[in-house]
Design a protein around this ligand. Structure first.
Ligand code: ZN
Length: 240
């Protein structure tokens, strides 16, 4: 293995996607069907990030029937093998927010769905995580009094009308609806960055509507009532 071959791009759990890494160890597994002209290859690589020295594992799989067809700049048809990458630890893995346990008291069902989404992200399960986010959002809107029978776009319109989401948030959330639908119906595999953005939205939405609103409600009775000066009592302040 030459020096250049021992460096590849990988998704470092600390630094993110497309970072240079040294191949510390590698194993190639190839197979071929006895009767049919199909074959596959899986490369397992232990990588060491050139940025942060973190060690992680990359699995890169190629299957003879999974080809990407496209036209090059000259208009000539081209084909190349799709490479399915997965990593350990999962690049999708993210920390549960500090308020996550409080959500259980708000709604055990929503807490349970989101818990599964986090497990999906921990396990690098992109499609299941995306559909789970959609399910979590459906449950969240139901808790806010939106009719569950409505379409996703109608739910968003209702939330916008009720002041629960802003204009730009509504548009971003519409992408989440499309993403969940696409993931479920057309074999779409969302990228780590897309999933992180979608999860940001779901978390912010739940935090604002179920945690923050509750805290604001709890804070109100603790604010001391306004005090005002009685005109007949020069130095005494009294609560109203
Ligand atoms: Zn790194």
């Amino acid at each position: 293995m030459s020096a250049t071959e021992s460096i590849i791009k990988g998704h470092c759990p600390e630094c993110g996607a497309g970072k240079n890494a040294d191949i510390v160890a590698a194993y190639k597994h190839s197979w071929q069907d006895d009767e049919h002209p199909i074959w596959g290859q899986v490369d397992y690589r232990i990588l060491k990030c050139r940025g942060c020295d973190r060690i992680y594992v990359q699995r890169a799989e190629v299957f003879s029937e999974d080809l990407n067809y496209y036209y090059d700049a000259a208009g000539e048809p081209q084909e190349e093998y799709n490479v399915d990458y997965s990593y350990w630890p999962s690049p999708l893995k993210r920390a549960r927010p500090s308020w996550f346990d409080e959500l259980f008291a708000v709604d055990a069902s929503l807490h349970c769905i989101l818990n599964e989404v986090y497990s999906g992200l921990d396990g690098d399960l992109a499609v299941l995580s995306a559909t789970g986010m959609r399910t979590a959002f459906d449950r969240a809107t139901e808790l806010l009094g939106v009719d569950p029978a409505k379409t996703f776009q109608q739910k968003l319109n209702d939330l916008f009308a009720a002041g629960k989401v802003g204009e730009s948030e509504k548009n971003t959330l519409a992408v989440l609806a499309d993403a969940g639908g696409a993931a479920a119906h057309r074999g779409w595999k969302p990228q780590p960055k897309q999933l992180a953005t979608m999860m940001d939205i779901v978390e912010a939405f739940c935090h604002r509507n179920f945690i923050l609103d509750g805290q604001v409600g709890k804070l109100k009775p603790q604010i001391p009532p306004k005090q005002k000066r009685r005109p007949d009592d020069g130095d005494a302040l009294s609560a109203v």
